[in-house]
Ligand binder design. Structure first.
Ligand SMILES: NC(=O)c1ccc[n+]([C@@H]2O[C@H](COP(=O)([O-])OP(=O)(O)OC[C@H]3O[C@@H](n4cnc5c(N)ncnc54)[C@H](OP(=O)(O)O)[C@@H]3O)[C@@H](O)[C@H]2O)c1
Length: 321
């Protein structure tokens, strides 16, 4: 990268620092600057280029990286070709597709998840997550030794299960009772087992994703004045897609090699959150159940302190306001 571009990028951030400059504040300011395009980017792949993957692809394209991205559907190859250099078909449940291209890259985002359906199909969860990670592990075993690689895996704060609303950091025990959580925790273990002195593995545990086209606040508001058939006392957690993209870029920039919760600051129960949204919109409050109506529950005040302490700043820290 030309030295003048780096100088301008750092100087613009430094000039905004008003008092007692320190490294964490500098990182936060740099995160808000538009990043300079790299003349010689890295070779990076997005495995499962869906809602989040596409947004990451746009950011990485802007940074100047050569990009690969996968979909299970042939009809999406055209749209992905607008975003990445090499769109490919990969389906972890289909042995005729493979990840051979991934054996020689600088960075990989693992963001595949079973396609949406109203019912959670446990077999499909196992085949998608565990089958996919098994295929990735085998591919990376064939990787030339000594070449550095950054992996980022998108997991879920759902793994904490029902902690009765307790404040929950990354060291809290994960839930082994629910079979979906068992799969997600096993997936985290599989990706962590790839870690080596040359391969860094960052696991980002996400909250429920919202953003353009996934308007969770509007969905919650639509309950105004009605009855929500869920336990309003449970505390879920949330993350805006923009902050996931920034979190993934941050993980790459910082070379993160650990597990981090990536959730915003909203630590409200479902009912409290909806009440605030309704009050702000001048709408009648919704009624909620006070008993669990689903067997898979997240009820935890998930802390984002660990990633914040590294200097990460959220652009959407709260869902209300
Ligand atoms: N949604 C949430 O609220 C939430 C919460 C916590 C964590 N997460 C995690 O965040 C990540 C990104 O979520 P997202 O909302 O971007 O997901 P998404 O939009 O559903 O995209 C999932 C991607 O995975 C691909 N895929 C589906 N089945 C596959 C298979 N068998 N083999 C390989 N690829 C497969 C899909 O292919 P197609 O392109 O063919 O659709 C798609 O590209 C996922 O890992 C998810 O588990 C999500």
């Amino acid at each position: 990268m030309p030295a003048t571009k780096i100088y301008k990028y750092l100087r613009a951030a430094w000039l905004q620092m008003t008092s007692s400059p320190d490294l964490a504040s500098l990182y936060q300011l740099l995160a808000r600057q538009q990043r300079p395009i790299l003349p010689s980017g890295e070779r990076r792949a997005i495995l499962g280029c869906g809602y989040v993957g596409e947004a990451v692809a746009r950011a990485w394209k802007q940074e100047g990286h050569a990009l690969w991205a996968t979909t299970t559907r042939r009809e999406r190859l055209g749209e992905l070709s607008e975003l990445v250099d090499t769109p490919l078909i990969f389906d972890s449940t289909d042995s005729s597709t493979n990840l051979d291209f991934a054996a020689d890259l600088d960075g990989i985002l693992v963001s595949f998840a079973p396609s949406k359906s109203s019912e959670v199909d446990l077999t499909q969860y196992r085949r998608t997550f565990l089958g996919g990670l098994q295929r990735l592990t085998e591919t990376l075993d064939r990787r030339p030794h000594g070449t550095p690689l950054q992996l980022v895996h998108l997991s879920s704060c759902g793994v904490y299960g029902n902690r009765q609303g307790a404040v929950t950091s990354e060291t809290a025990p994960t839930d082994f009772d629910h079979p979906v959580n068992q799969v997600l925790v096993k997936a985290e273990e599989m990706i962590a087992s790839i870690r080596s002195d040359r391969i860094k593995v960052c696991v980002l545990r996400l909250g429920g994703i919202y953003g353009p086209g996934r308007d969770i606040p509007a969905m919650l508001l639509s309950a105004a004045g009605g009855l929500v058939q869920r336990n309003g006392l449970n505390v879920p957690c949330w993350i805006h897609r923009d902050d996931i993209v920034r979190g993934v870029c941050f993980a790459f920039e910082q070379g993160l090699n650990d597990t981090y919760n990536l959730v915003n600051d909203t630590q409200l129960s479902g009912q409290e959150l909806t009440d605030r949204l309704c009050e702000k919109a001048g709408l009648p409050l919704a009624m909620w159940m006070t008993i669990n109506t689903s067997d898979r529950v997240l009820n935890a005040r998930v802390s984002n302190d660990k990633i914040k302490q590294l200097g990460f700043a959220f652009t959407h820290p709260c869902m209300v306001g």
